[in-house]
Design a protein around this ligand. Structure first.
Ligand code: PEP
Length: 247
């Protein structure tokens, strides 16, 4: 049976000392988890976390990958470099990258292609803004974002993780209701089913103010296969509660 995935997105937070303390508390509190677990940490701390989590049930993920293989791309990290240090997952197309770094659907699709080629599982983020939701465009937006990824990666699309992250719910404490989230997940599942006979294997996780109090209800929905957790992943007790709520 497909396991759920709980992935933390630390965003641009942490320090050597606070990372060590957070991971120590997480490792001590893990109680035979039945789900897959990852923490997506700032690039500068990947090796630190990799070392501390070696042999544990928690995988390390990056928060982005370069759309290029190597060369004159100052500040970027290639998938080969990430693979070299044992990175297992990479968030791709997070709304903050789309919004602040101008990442288009086409760029996100290329990044997914690079990650898959390197054997890194991309956690592909899609989601609508509040304006788009209020204009009744949620379905159109998320399908367009996912279609670009399917178009370029159709042959190995069953290797991706999809994260439905309504932009209006990220870091706002305005979580999508379980029904709202499930409705979009079902749409995304249908879109994947049209692209591959293995769509049921694909984890479609929800992100957007998931926390210790609302995780169980969200994770109980038929097409919600885990969570991408921002703020609550920085507090060990909260992240552990979300992990315990996963199936
Ligand atoms: C995220 O950044 O992917 C996210 C879901 O953040 P938060 O949980 O803080 O809304």
């Amino acid at each position: 049976m497909k396991k759920q995935l709980i992935a933390g997105n630390w965003k641009m937070n942490g320090s050597l000392a606070s990372n060590e303390a957070l991971l120590k508390e997480l490792l001590a509190g893990l109680n035979s988890p039945v789900c897959q677990i990852a923490v997506c940490v700032p690039a500068v701390y990947l090796m630190q976390c990799q070392k501390q989590l070696a042999g544990s049930a928690i995988y390390v993920g990056a928060q982005d990958v370069s759309a290029h293989e190597s060369g004159a791309f100052t500040g970027e990290n290639s998938v080969a470099m990430l693979k070299d240090i044992g990175v297992r997952y990479a968030i791709v197309g997070h709304s903050e990258r789309r919004q602040y770094h101008g990442e288009t659907d086409a760029v996100v699709a290329v990044k997914v292609q690079h990650a898959l080629a390197a054997g890194i599982t991309p956690i592909v983020c899609v989601g609508e803004t509040l304006q788009e939701r209020e204009a009744g465009k949620t379905e159109e937006v998320v399908k367009r974002q996912l279609a670009a990824v399917i178009h370029l990666n159709g042959h190995c699309i069953s290797e991706i993780v999809v994260a439905y992250e309504p932009v209006w719910a990220i870091g706002t404490s305005k979580t999508a209701s379980p029904e709202q989230a499930q409705a979009v997940h079902a749409l995304l599942r249908a879109q994947l089913q049209a692209a591959t006979s293995h769509a049921d294997r694909i984890q479609i996780v929800y992100g957007g103010s998931m926390n210790a109090a609302n995780a169980a209800q969200l994770l109980a929905q038929a097409d919600i296969d885990g969570g991408l957790v921002g703020g609550a992943s920085l507090k060990a007790p909260d992240f552990l509660t979300i992990i315990a709520a996963a199936q």
